[in-house]
Ligand binder design. Structure first.
Ligand code: ACM
Length: 377
């Protein structure tokens, strides 16, 4: 991706923020875009004069899609680099590796990724969707539009397994059922996905619910296309197949499949058009925004606003200043729930189109309150 770099030096001494997104390994396809969203927002903050006259400078490491390296670099940032705030992590396994580090060192992690919920840490602000803002709406739409027999396929780690536990419960409440549940290694390739497609054909589900992430996403959708299945009849539905993964597999392969997310590049608001224009100007016309870019982007602006008030990176001061804060994000007005440290986010369902974007087929009328423990269900 073009145009990435560190911050510019400042005579007054910059504010430094740790950045942990992978530029290599199986989830680099999406994490590189989170890095891009982060750097765009940092540039905007600095172009507007910085925070109380001081620049915001990223301290960037590449954890190479390995959870242990996220923990290692989090420790390095908080101890050796003297940074107290980190933005980063895509997989829930990387977040769960960083969680004990930020708790032990009293750092603050801002996490911009949809996840499985059922977690709270006083040292994490969650800016991606919780299950009630993602799985619930998607399940409802799928059962209504296609039927209640679901084939669950995921990468083999905590987010897919926990999301499928939730999906199974929700389906039971709607008298639907799981006809098959399969997990593949994050490094699985075309032969493994071809074998799964044989099982899909035997099980004849109404929907394939995918929690496959990273490079393997392209193998899944290609195996589906090669098997001659029809997205109009039996779509793949996902929370993690964004514009970035569709770019990897090719728009023709992704076309017709469904994703639920707070944000798609095609959100039709003045604010979002301006955001997409700035993003493309910075990184190139062929680069697309997605739900993870957007969350990574708006959380930097939330942090910068809070820092403007506290004038301190001390997490004990900064965290209360982030909680409850509202902002006009590209997805619409959002705000951080002070009790749960999760964010009020919009819920949207998109169908991938022939251009590699998503046509929005359903959306909430405003941001939905996060319910990470699904108490209301
Ligand atoms: C994820 O692992 N939370 C996508």
């Amino acid at each position: 991706m073009k145009g990435m770099g560190g911050g510019r030096p400042s005579r007054d001494g910059p504010w430094r923020v740790g950045v942990l997104f992978s530029r290599t390994g199986v989830t680099a396809v999406i994490e590189e875009t989170q890095l891009a969203g982060t750097l765009l927002a940092i540039d905007e903050v600095n172009d507007a004069g910085g925070i109380n006259g001081r620049e915001l400078v990223p301290v960037i490491y590449d954890p190479a899609s390995q959870p242990a390296r996220y923990a290692h670099y989090a420790e390095r940032l908080l101890v050796d680099d003297g940074v107290s705030v980190i933005v980063g992590c895509y997989t829930s396994s990387s977040r769960k590796a960083v969680l004990p580090v930020v708790e032990r060192r009293n750092g603050l992690l801002c996490y911009p990724t949809v996840y499985e919920g059922f977690e709270y840490s006083p040292n994490i602000i969650y800016t991606g969707a919780a299950p009630n803002q993602s799985i619930v709406a998607l399940m409802d739409y799928l059962v209504h539009s296609y039927g209640g027999r679901f084939f669950l396929i995921g990468s083999d780690y905590v987010y897919p397994r926990e999301s499928n536990r939730i999906m199974r419960e929700l389906l039971r409440q709607r008298r639907g059922m799981v006809v098959c549940e399969r997990y593949l290694d994050l490094l699985a390739g075309p032969p493994e996905f071809k074998a799964v497609m044989r099982e899909v054909k035997r099980a004849a589900p109404d929907v394939i619910f995918s929690t496959v992430v990273g490079d393997a996403t392209a193998h899944l959708y290609r195996a589906y296309a090669d098997a001659g299945l029809n997205p109009n009849q039996t779509p793949i539905a996902s929370l993690t197949t964004s514009e970035a993964e569709v770019g990897l597999m090719g728009a023709d392969v992704g076309c017709g499949h469904l994703t639920a997310a707070p944000y798609f590049e095609g959100v039709d608001t003045v604010n979002n058009h301006a955001f997409v224009t700035r993003f493309k100007r910075r990184f190139g016309d062929d680069q697309h925004t997605n739900l993870c870019v957007e969350a990574a982007y708006f959380q930097i602006h939330l942090l910068a606003q809070a820092l403007g008030e506290t004038n301190s990176m001390d997490p004990d001061l900064l965290r209360p200043a982030v909680l409850g804060r509202e902002i006009d994000a590209p997805q619409g007005r959002i705000w951080v729930d002070a009790q749960s440290s999760h964010t009020n986010l919009w819920t949207r369902i998109g169908r991938a189109n022939a251009l590699g974007g998503f046509d929005i087929v359903r959306e909430s009328v405003m941001a939905i309150e996060p319910d990470p423990y699904l108490v209301s269900h």
